[in-house]
Write a protein that binds this ligand. Structure first.
Ligand code: R5P
Length: 296
């Protein structure tokens, strides 16, 4: 039986693209918020006796988690043979330890909720910093799609003579992989985060690469503070306007407009739908879904 792809609202475009690549059906799901905020949910297409794949990127995760968990539970109650999750952006991965006594390690708690609800999960470059892999916290089969080759392909096609720059040591994994694929040099800046919206960046000596176009590469743009500070510093040292590339563009606080105002070109993958999407991760996700969504 071919899988039934079902979009949690907001994920329709990627779901249609995946269905076209996989030659499978898109199922109807009606989700409605009652006036008091509770969720009404109904499968329009029967998921009985077939594998179901729910597509839900987890930007703004709090408002999506309950409808997602209800959808999975309902698909199972209605007889789905398996229920998988395509979550191109996997939320809550940054709280990966108890930084202060009493804090919630929400990455583990979200992993437990999703592991209980789904048979498998595929995502794009989750923020793995203190965990070595998703298997550290997820108890279901998980698969990570890497955007680095796709980002490198975009840079090669669109930027002449690039210098790849990571804004902090955490970004070095992307930056090194992207630079190697592009065949360009790279450098990683030093970042100290003082608060959600308070980031300090120190430039290293980049003089030897003057004349190249700076391309800042990071996994996430959230408030944009990291990218904004890096763009400001580069500009203060006479570099041309950089290209800012992120796997996941969350753009809290109108970060995209702030970066545009500084003259930066912002490019993201379509892991989170946004007007900056220029790099498609759909085909790579589809290749994995095809291996998982068949009957057990
Ligand atoms: C850090 O842990 C991540 O790799 C990103 O650098 C960070 O999430 C960016 O956040 P913001 O856009 O809020 O500075």
């Amino acid at each position: 039986m071919t899988p039934l792809l079902v979009a949690i609202p907001g994920n329709e475009k990627l779901t249609e693209d995946l269905a076209a690549t996989l030659c499978c059906d898109v199922g109807g799901l009606e989700i409605h918020a009652f006036p008091d905020g509770e969720t009404y949910l109904r499968f329009i297409t029967s998921p009985a006796n077939r594998p179901v794949v729910l597509v839900c990127t987890l930007s703004h995760p709090n408002e999506k988690m309950l409808p997602l968990l209800f959808s999975s539970a309902t698909a199972r109650e209605l007889g789905a043979s398996r229920v998988g999750l395509v979550a191109p952006y996997l939320a809550y991965m940054r709280q990966d330890r108890r930084f202060k006594p009493g804090e919630a390690v929400t990455s583990r708690q979200v992993a437990r909720l999703l592991s209980d609800a789904f048979d498998w999960l595929v995502t794009v470059d989750p923020h793995l910093h203190r965990y070595s892999s998703l298997a550290d916290i997820y108890s279901i089969p998980t698969h990570v799609v890497h955007a680095a080759p796709l980002i490198a392909h975009w840079i090669k096609a669109n930027v002449t003579n690039p210098l790849i720059i990571g804004p902090d040591s955490e970004s070095e994994q992307w930056v090194a992989a992207v630079a190697s694929d592009v065949g360009a040099p790279y450098s990683v800046l030093e970042k100290v985060r003082h608060g959600d919206r308070d980031v300090e960046i120190r430039l290293k000596d980049l003089e030897q690469w003057k004349g190249r176009t700076p391309v800042l590469v990071d996994d996430i743009i959230s408030t944009g503070r990291t990218m904004i500070e890096a763009v400001r510093l580069l500009s203060s040292q006479g570099w041309p306007s950089p290209v800012c590339v992120a796997v996941h563009g969350l753009f809290a606080d109108n970060a995209d407009s702030l970066l545009a105002r500084l003259g930066a070109r912002v490019v993201t993958t379509n892991s989170v739908p946004h007007k900056t999407n220029a790099i498609d991760i759909g085909k790579t996700l589809a290749a994995y879904i095809a291996t998982q969504a068949g009957p057990r």
